[in-house]
Structures are given as structure tokens and as C-alpha cells.
Design a protein around this ligand. Structure first.
Ligand code: PBG
Length: 334
């Protein structure tokens, strides 16, 4: 009985295609590329300021002049899109710094635009970093007033577009925010400015480091009356459909790492590009574990970003954008 034919179930040997690096690359399904990465950046008033953010290792708050230098470096590394967040000096109940012509984001956008025509400049549109109560809209008593907030979000978006932003990204999770912004942009002569809608934005514990970076924690209550319940995916599809109907150009799912199923579901539901936001806490926990020597940073970060891509994201917003671009270049010998 020595000449037995190979067992049928061993004709198929998936290991054949894993035998060497070239073979593995040849059949790889999901790839990352620096062109699909968006770098989130924090900008604050001042000159020559690069202020490290303790809870986001490797990230800083930049004054506009330093932001311009930082972005030059990112572009050099192959990153072609940034998402800006403002950290203003002053806050008030109406979040007026968000839509001031001389606001910090407006100033930064004008400088970046003058410096680089090709860069894709995206801006976060929200009030939470500008209101003294830290909520994403204006409040009436303890309630975040949806309809009264829409006009201020629209004003903020128009002022960003007027400063030179290509894409505005409303993150306040107010109902109707995409339509309000689309209408205001069109009425103000910015029909070419795009909207990247934070369509499914969950009330997540993973925004902690960001709130420290932006000083945007709510001073009372939490964001659960406007951000989504982490348990829900059908509701995410409803939000995605509403934002698509209201004229969104790009649909965002946020967070990303813990919401891969939501990214996949959104990918299958709409034809629009899907962006996934690998948020501050998701980045910070990898950095922290790596600092403790518990995981290998490069491999772990690459694995997570690749998983987000595999789930169906076309764009990935990540604090690891610069590192990933460098790793990808090393990887391809470029
Ligand atoms: C503003 C906003 C937040 C984030 C992006 N836009 C914070 C929040 O909703 O509290 C989080 C980004 C991150 O954690 O990296 N509303």
C-alpha cells in the first residue's frame, strides 16, 4: 500500500502561495498606499509652536507657520491630504471661533492653500472645540439644539471653503447637517467644495486622547444624544443613506478598528467613496502597547490599517499616516 494517490483534500494546498515574499505579494488582496491616507493635524494660535500631545505620542499642536512646515514634510513623504482641527484660545457659548473669518482654522487653511495648490485640504466642521460647554452644537438648557446649530455649522463650512478648503467634514452629528452645509456652500459660490460626512459617528470611548488634544470634552453630560450607540449597524446604514441623499461626496465611518463590520456594510450599501477614521484612542493604544514592548508597532499598525482597507475603506484618516507612508516606501524599496 505504498503507492497511494495523494489524498483528494490535499491537492489543494493553500500554503503553496505563501511560500515566499514575491508569491505572497502577487496574490495579496488589500494594499495600502500613501495616496489613500489622510493626516489629521491640530492647529493652534501662535508662532513657532510645536506642542507635543501627551496622549497622542508623535502628534503635536502646531501654530500655522509650523503647520505649513509639517505639511511640507508630509507631502515629501507621499501624503497628499490633511484634515485640520482647530484649538482656539477662547471659547464662548455660541462657538463663534468656529466661523470667525480670522479663526485659527481659516488662517491655517489660507496659509496652506497659498503654499500648495495640489494639497487636498479637509477641515473638521464642528463647534465642540469652540464652545465653553464643549458640546458639538449650541445648547438650550441641557439640550443640544439641533436646528439652531445647523446655521452655525453651515457658516463654519462656508468660511472654511472661502479660505481655500477643498472638502469640509461635518462631525457634529446634527440631523440635516449635510443638507444645510451643501445648500449654504452652493448659495455662496462654493459648489466645487466637497462634503465628507461623518455619517456614522459613534459615541465612542476611543475619542479620549483627541479631546485632550483639542480641549473639547463636554463640560456636562455626554454626546450620546447625538452620536450613535456603538451597538447599532442598521442605524448606521440609515445615517449613511440620509447623508448620501443630502449630497455628501464622501461617507465616513468612525471609529474604524472596532467598527470594521460597519465599514463593510456601508461599502456594500453606497457607491460613494468610504472614509474610515482610525481615531485617537485606537492609535494611542497601539502606541502605548508598543512603548511597553508588548507589541511590535510597525507590524501592528500596518495590520490594523490593512484590516480597515480590507473591510472596504477607500480613504483612511490616521495619526499614523506619516509613519505608514515611510514604512510603505521602505517596503517597496522606493
Ligand atoms: C469633533 C470631533 C471629535 C473627533 C473628531 N471630530 C471628538 C468628539 O466627537 O468628541 C475625534 C477624533 C479622534 O478621536 O481622533 N466632534
Amino acid at each position: 500500500m505504498s503507492e497511494i494517490a495523494p489524498r483528494a483534500d490535499l491537492r489543494a494546498r493553500p500554503r503553496r502561495l505563501r511560500a515566499g515574499d514575491a508569491l505572497r505579494r502577487l496574490v495579496r488582496e488589500a494594499r495600502l498606499h500613501p495616496e489613500m491616507l489622510v493626516a489629521p493635524l491640530f492647529v493652534r494660535p501662535g508662532r513657532r509652536v510645536r506642542e507635543p500631545i501627551y496622549s497622542l505620542p508623535g502628534q503635536m499642536r502646531f501654530s500655522p507657520d509650523e503647520l505649513v512646515r509639517e505639511v511640507d514634510g508630509l507631502v515629501e513623504a507621499g501624503i497628499q491630504a490633511v484634515l485640520l482641527f482647530g484649538v482656539p484660545n477662547a471659547k464662548d457659548p455660541g462657538g463663534s471661533g468656529a466661523y470667525a473669518d480670522d479663526g485659527i482654522v481659516q488662517e491655517a487653511v489660507r496659509l496652506l492653500r497659498a503654499r500648495n495648490r495640489a494639497l487636498v485640504i479637509m477641515t473638521d466642521v464642528c463647534l465642540c472645540a469652540y464652545t465653553d460647554h464643549g458640546h458639538c452644537g449650541i445648547t438650550t438648557g441641557d439640550d443640544v439644539d439641533n436646528d439652531a446649530t445647523l446655521g452655525l455649522l453651515a457658516r463654519t463650512a462656508v468660511s472654511h471653503a472661502a479660505s481655500g478648503a477643498d472638502i469640509v467634514a461635518p462631525s457634529a452629528m446634527m440631523d440635516g447637517q449635510v443638507a444645510a452645509i451643501r445648500e449654504a456652500l452652493d448659495a455662496s459660490g462654493f459648489s466645487q467644495a466637497g462634503v465628507m460626512a461623518y455619517a456614522a459617528k459613534y459615541a465612542s470611548a476611543f475619542y479620549g486622547p483627541f479631546r485632550e488634544a483639542a480641549g473639547s470634552s463636554p463640560q456636562f453630560g455626554d454626546r450620546r444624544t447625538y452620536q450613535m450607540d456603538p451597538a447599532n449597524v442598521r442605524e448606521a446604514l440609515r445615517e449613511v443613506a440620509l447623508d448620501a441623499e443630502q449630497g455628501a461626496d464622501i461617507i465616513m465611518i468612525k471609529p474604524a478598528h472596532a467598527y470594521l463590520d460597519v465599514i463593510r456594510a456601508a461599502r456594500e450599501a453606497v457607491a460613494l467613496p468610504i472614509a474610515a477614521y482610525h481615531v485617537s484612542g485606537e492609535y494611542a493604544m497601539l502606541k502605548a502597547a508598543a512603548q511597553l514592548g508588548w507589541i511590535e508597532e510597525r507590524r501592528a499598525m500596518t495590520e490594523v490599517l490593512t484590516a480597515i482597507r480590507r473591510a472596504g475603506a477607500d480613504l483612511i484618516i490616521t495619526y499614523a499616516a506619516a509613519d505608514a507612508a515611510r514604512w510603505l516606501r521602505e517596503d517597496t524599496g522606493g
